[in-house]
Design a protein around this ligand. Structure first.
Ligand SMILES: Cc1cc2nc3c(=O)[nH]c(=O)nc-3n(C[C@H](O)[C@H](O)[C@H](O)COP(=O)(O)OP(=O)(O)OC[C@H]3O[C@@H](n4cnc5c(N)ncnc54)[C@H](O)[C@@H]3O)c2cc1C
Length: 425
């Protein structure tokens, strides 16, 4: 099977290399078989290789084909459902969870520097408030930053500072920090895959896993070959159909879409976000944006709640741009694309085991660049015997809907619709 090309996106169009890894065409042996070449799978594979394990990584399409290579590129601290996690574990684990909330960022920065990954990493992220209750939440958050000393460089911005920074009257304030930031996600995941390969990870693209025969060891089957492995990590997002009996019903897909404009003039970029921070508004169903390294506005948001592709991404996202900056009404759009976000019914990420040696991680609810790196690493650590951080996720209770994908998607769509209604209040 030949691996397909990437779906059309500005990220695929702006890659400066497009190396293909071969498809699996024989039977191989490894300590660990990782299924899925997104941030979670690549992160786990790299961590395991750093620890000396022999690893095979199987990707159905291309490295970064799924959500990872299509994402908004916003590298943001925090874990979806973090408050619920803190409440469940109580004061004893709060500090550890709060440290973990920044860990993915630290891992990314370390790898970018250690392996020389060129992924246009840029410091600075701002959460933008449109309602007084957003401001109250941000002020509380700023107090936590102050008390905990992380991040070091942060500031509350008032309405006039937001107008100066972002050239719009829509925001009543914001909270920025320089520890979060943004990056080219497809370059990052490919760079990490290359780093993993340099440490001996055997990567196969165009190698969809169709079956796992569980045992000691387990046997993982693709059309062209098998991997016999002591441990298997399912890092395949939300729609892979593997381990259905034990994994289905805990998370469902929702769709998010992104639009890239033609490069904006230096003059426009001087008025709108001159420091090129990543920006995300504080609504439950939010919009997010930043510039690409060639001056395009990459603007994204959730477009529908069913996971179905909308008739026109442009028709949905362009009005949001015009609402913020009426002067951009006629801006030309060069690319539109989208992907599936994995919405956890429990809100927090789903990290665990379906059997002693079959591990999984998914359900980051749209907040995955930081978290996928955190959990990819902690799966690697858990296989190596360090269970502390892994257990904080794996021992959380989970909500499950005993219904099929179609109905589950409708339930998630209702939940997001409800959140959207709350945004309007
Ligand atoms: C449009 C969009 C914008 C986003 N923006 C942001 C953002 O700005 N910031 C942020 O933090 N998060 C963002 N996210 C969320 C983030 O991208 C994801 O949470 C994260 O990338 C998930 O990584 P993953 O490795 O778990 O899954 P994926 O990246 O989806 O990787 C799973 C991989 O498994 C492969 N696979 C599936 N089945 C099989 C099989 N049977 N055999 C082999 N391989 C298989 C798939 O092809 C895929 O490549 C965004 C998501 C989307 C869709």
């Amino acid at each position: 099977m030949t691996a397909a090309f990437y779906p059309t996106s500005w990220y695929a169009a702006s890659l400066d290399e497009n190396h293909f890894w071969p498809a699996l065409d024989c039977d191989v042996r490894a300590h660990v078989c990782v299924i899925g070449g997104g941030f979670t799978g690549v992160s786990a594979a790299l961590r395991l290789a750093e620890k000396g394990f022999s690893v095979v990584l199987l990707e159905a399409q291309r490295i970064g084909w799924g959500a990872s290579g299509r994402s908004g590129g916003q590298m943001i601290h925090g874990i979806s459902g973090q408050e619920r996690m803190e409440k469940h574990w109580g004061a004893g684990a709060k500090g550890h969870i709060r440290q973990m909330a920044w860990e993915g960022n630290r891992i990314i920065r370390w790898r970018v520097s250690q392996y020389g990954i060129k992924c246009d990493l840029q410091d600075g992220w701002c959460e933008a408030a449109t309602k007084p209750r957003h401001m109250r939440a941000m002020e509380a958050q700023a107090k936590i930053f102050q008390a905990e000393g992380t991040p070091e460089d942060f500031a509350m911005l008032d309405q006039s500072a937001m107008r100066d920074k972002f050239g719009t009257k829509e925001y009543i304030g914001g909270l920025m920090n320089m520890t979060d930031g943004h990056l080219h996600p497809l370059k990052l995941v490919r760079g990490e895959a290359k780093a993993a390969a340099s440490l001996g990870v055997r990567i196969f693209e165009g190698s969809k896993v169709v079956r796992i025969d569980k045992g000691s060891p387990s046997k993982v089957h693709c059309a062209g070959g098998t991997v016999t492995a002591d441990h298997v990590i399912i890092a395949s997002g939300v729609q892979h159909g593997l381990e259905k009996r034990k994994m289905a019903g805990y998370a469902y897909p929702a769709a998010s879409y992104i639009m890239a404009t033609e490069p904006l003039s230096a003059d426009v970029r001087e008025r709108i976000n001159p420091d090129n921070w990543a920006v995300c508004d504080a609504a439950n169903v939010f919009s997010y944006y930043r510039y690409s390294n060639d001056g395009r506005l990459l603007f994204g948001g959730r477009c529908n709640y069913s996971g179905d592709k909308p008739a026109s991404v442009r028709d949905i996202l362009q009005p949001r741009i015009v609402k913020l900056w009426p002067e951009l009404a006629g801006v030309k759009i060069s690319h539109t694309w989208g992907g599936k976000i994995s919405m956890s019914l429990s809100h927090y990420p789903l990290v665990g085991r379906t059997d002693d040696t079959i591990w999984h991680a998914y359900g980051y609810s749209g907040h995955g660049i930081n978290v996928s790196h955190l959990v990819g690493n902690l799966l690697g650590d858990a296989i190596a015997g360090q269970m502390e951080s892994y257990d904080i996720f794996a021992k959380l209770p989970r909500r499950r809907l005993p219904v099929g994908n179609m109905l589950g998607r409708r339930v998630v769509s209702l939940r997001i619709f409800w959140e959207r209604l709350k945004d309007l209040l």
